[in-house]
Design a protein around this ligand. Structure first.
Ligand code: 2P0
Length: 327
C-alpha cells in the first residue's frame, strides 16, 4: 500500500481543484512525554508503538496558494528554501495532493520554534500544511483524517492537530487508518514545558535515519515496545491523578531509555552535547534540593524542562545560567 492509496481513500478518489485563492492553517509543536521511536512501516509512517505528547503554545502557521511558476516554492520564515532535504520531503508530500501533475504549490510557513534543533518544528509544519490544504481545497475533513494525512508527512505531525495532551495510537490496520492522534480531555493549567536551548546547531543525523539505524542495530531496542506500553499506561494514570512527580519521572525515564537505545546502536547515535549533560546535572541538583523539575529530550541536543508554575523562578534562573555557559 502506498501513501497515495491512503489519500485516495480519505478523499474518496476526488482530486478537486482549489476552492480558494489561499488556504491557511496553524498548528502547535508538540513534545512527546512518551516517545515515538521506530516504525513498523516506513512507507506509511506507521509506528512500532503508541506515543503521547503535550502541545506547546508555539508552532507553525502556513499559507498555501497555487504557484505562478512551473515548480513548487517554499518560504520558511520569510526565506526561500526550495533546495534542501526538507523541501524535497515537502514536494514529495505535495505530490499526493496535486489536482494534476503540472499543478505546483507555493507554501509559506512561519515557525515560532527553532528549525532542526530537536524542537518538533517539522511536526507543527506538516500539521499546519495539512490544515492549510484542507482549507485551500475545501475538503472539510475531520481531525482524525487530517491526522492520518499529517502522519504521512511526518509521524509526530499526527499529534500536532490538537492542543494539550494527545495520544498517537499505533493502530493495527495495514492501511494505517487507525493510526492517528486522539486528544485527551484533561486540563492542567499549572503544567509547564519550556525548552532549555543548549545548542542551535543542526542535528548530526535526522531522526528518520536515526530511527532506522536504532531499530536495525541497537541491542536494547527489543525492550523499547514494553517500556513504552508501560510508560503510556502510567503516564495516563499520573495525568488522571494530576500527579506531577509521576509525570516527570515517567517522561524523563522514557526519554533516557530512548537515548540509551540510540547510543547502543551501531554506528552510535549521540545527540548529547557536553552542555546537554551539564544541563541535566543542573536539573538533578535542583531536584535534590527539593525542586520538582524534570526534563525530556528529543532528537537533538536541547532538553525541555517539565515543571509546575510555582517552579518558574528556578527555571528562569536555570535558563539564564545555561545561556552564560552555552557556546
Ligand atoms: C517523538 N521524535 O515522539 C520522537 C521523539 C523525536 C524523538 O517523532 O520519520 O520527524 O517523519 O515519522 O516524526 C521525530 O521524528 O519522524 C520524532 P518521521 P519524526 O516526538
Amino acid at each position: 500500500m502506498k501513501p497515495s492509496d491512503i489519500v485516495n481513500h480519505i478523499l474518496n478518489n476526488n482530486a478537486p481543484l482549489p476552492q480558494k485563492q489561499k488556504g491557511h492553517g496553524a498548528a502547535p509543536a508538540n513534545i512527546a512525554l512518551v516517545k515515538y521511536w521506530g516504525k513498523r512501516d516506513s512507507t506509511l509512517n506507521l509506528p512500532m508503538t503508541s506515543s503521547f505528547s503535550l502541545s506547546l503554545s508555539q508552532g507553525a502557521e502556513t499559507k498555501v496558494t497555487a504557484s505562478e511558476t512551473d515548480q513548487d516554492s517554499f518560504i520558511l520564515n520569510g526565506k526561500e528554501t526550495s533546495h534542501n532535504i526538507f523541501a524535497e520531503r515537502l514536494a514529495a508530500f505535495l505530490d499526493l495532493f496535486r489536482p494534476h501533475p503540472q499543478f505546483y504549490f507555493h507554501v509559506s510557513t512561519h515557525s515560532s520554534v527553532p528549525i532542526s534543533a530537536g524542537l518538533a518544528s517539522s511536526a507543527a509544519g506538516f500539521a499546519a500544511l495539512v490544515l492549510a490544504l484542507d482549507d485551500f481545497f475545501g475538503w472539510q475533513l475531520d481531525k482524525r483524517s487530517l491526522s492520518v494525512l499529517a502522519r504521512l508527512g511526518s509521524g509526530s505531525a499526527c499529534r500536532s492537530l490538537w492542543p494539550g495532551f494527545v495520544e498517537w495510537q499505533a493502530g493495527s490496520d495495514l492501511n494505517g487508518m487507525d493510526s492517528h492522534g486522539i486528544p485527551l480531555d484533561v486540563n492542567w493549567p499549572a503544567l509547564r514545558v519550556t525548552p532549555l536551548i543548549v545548542s542551535r546547531a543542526p542535528k548530526p543525523i535526522d531522526s528518520r535515519t536515526a530511527m532506522i539505524q536504532t531499530q536495525a542495530s541497537s541491542p536494547l531496542y527489543a525492550s523499547w515496545p514494553d517500556k513504552v506500553a508501560s510508560d503510556l499506561t502510567l503516564m495516563k494514570q499520573a495525568i488522571g491523578q494530576q500527579d506531577f512527580t509521576r509525570l516527570g519521572e515517567i517522561a524523563e525515564s522514557n526519554a533516557l531509555a530512548m537515548h540509551a537505545c540510540m547510543m547502543s546502536a551501531w554506528p552510535p547515535i549521540c545527540y548529547h552535547q557536553p552542555a546537554t549533560l551539564e544541563a541535566m546535572h543542573r536539573v538533578w541538583a535542583l531536584r535534590k534540593a527539593g525542586n520538582p523539575i524534570y526534563f525530556t529530550q528529543d532528537a537533538g541536543p536541547n532538553i525541555k524542562l517539565l515543571y509546575l508554575a510555582p517552579q518558574q523562578a528556578h527555571v528562569d534562573r536555570l535558563i539564564n545560567e545555561q545561556a552564560e555557559v552555552a557556546v
